[in-house]
Design a protein around this ligand. Sequence first.
Ligand code: CAA
Length: 241
Amino acid sequence: MARVAVVTGGTRGIGAAISKGLKDAGYLVAANFGGNEEAAAMFSEETGIKTYKWSVADYEGCENGIKQVEADLGPVDVLVNNAGITRDAMFHRMTVQQWNDVIDTNLHGVFNMTHPVYPGMRERKWGRIINISSINGQKGQAGQTNYSASKAGDLGFTKALAQEGARFGVTVNAICPGYIATEMVKAIDEKILNEKIIPQIPVGRLGEPEEIARAVVFLASEDAGFITGSTLSANGGQFFV
Ligand code: CAA
């Protein structure tokens, strides 16, 4: 029987490519989204993938959302924590709201989503949790103390839960995309993007969402069963750990 995969933020950007990649690889996919109904409807029409609306920042919303997915598709085998937001500002100008919004979605969201699905994976002795962190969680980025902290937190979470899940067949890995051609990156001031960011990428271009999706499909597969607690960097050579 086809395995069930949930992708948060799965209707746009990198998440949409991940949802499609998993569907093409034979998974039953549930694509979660937080707010953009129009994009979700278009995505669903185009791909035939079922979409589900809830905020990953809301624990109860996640619990209820997962219950609904399980009722519709079956127990969740693969969770891709992809939903993420930016609220960039230099630290001296960052508001409490900008800090909290980013931590709530990018870090608390990973807890809120993983907590309801992990016990079932543990009982069934099989699971894949794939956290989409960021190059900026590895290296830090001026203007992103909130985002860098949240994404670095996701890496710590990955390594800790990997140790807990290993005996139960649950692998937990992270992917750190670099700058990928999505709305989030295209929202950066064009001058900053062209003059400061792209020149720092040795391959000389932004990444494509599908280049992240293919890595997710691999980490979700049986073939990746010995890989856990790892961080896979996909950043065009911009940063090595
Ligand atoms: N390092 C150190 N100082 C920097 C800096 C840097 N990289 N960038 C800017 N500064 C300095 C500027 O020189 C300036 O100093 P002075 O006032 O002394 O001249 C000061 O910081 C203010 O800079 P700005 O004029 O740019 O300030 P702003 O308030 O207009 O904009 C910002 C601040 C919104 C953070 C803007 O700099 C910006 O958008 N930076 C890009 C941040 C970034 O890379 N975000 C990634 C988004 S994509 C993503 O997050 C996906 C992913 O995972 C990779």
